[in-house]
Design a protein around this ligand. Sequence first.
Ligand code: FES
Length: 136
Amino acid sequence: MTHSPELEIYICGVCRPKNADSDDPRRPGRDLMKKLKSKLEEQGLEERFALKMMQCMSVCKRPATITIVSPGKFTFTVGDLDPETTANDIITFAKLYAASQDGIPDWSDRPECIRQGIIARTPPFNAIHQRVKDVG
Ligand code: FES
């Protein structure tokens, strides 16, 4: 029987490293994907936290870039993630995100790479939340 994941982690697999030439073959997002996949499997989390590759999230100057989504929760987009050092921190954040009601883990609990790399926190469709006010 298959279960829906609790959340999805999208990773841009197209960005080149910062300041790389246009023919540079390196793709930090793909390196991060491999690390994350391996670590999720080590921890038995691969069904709870689904990994998906994406072609461009329009934040191309901040590789590696991820977006974490879950129905009814705020979406987090985070960049500047070093594929060599941040996989465990991303998983830590994903656990906090999964455990939170609204998808907004406490700032003080977030790993440093998530705090430093945050690009956007976007509300879900039809959000009902103290941070969201209707207009008109
Ligand atoms: S190519 Fe990765 S965000 Fe655009």
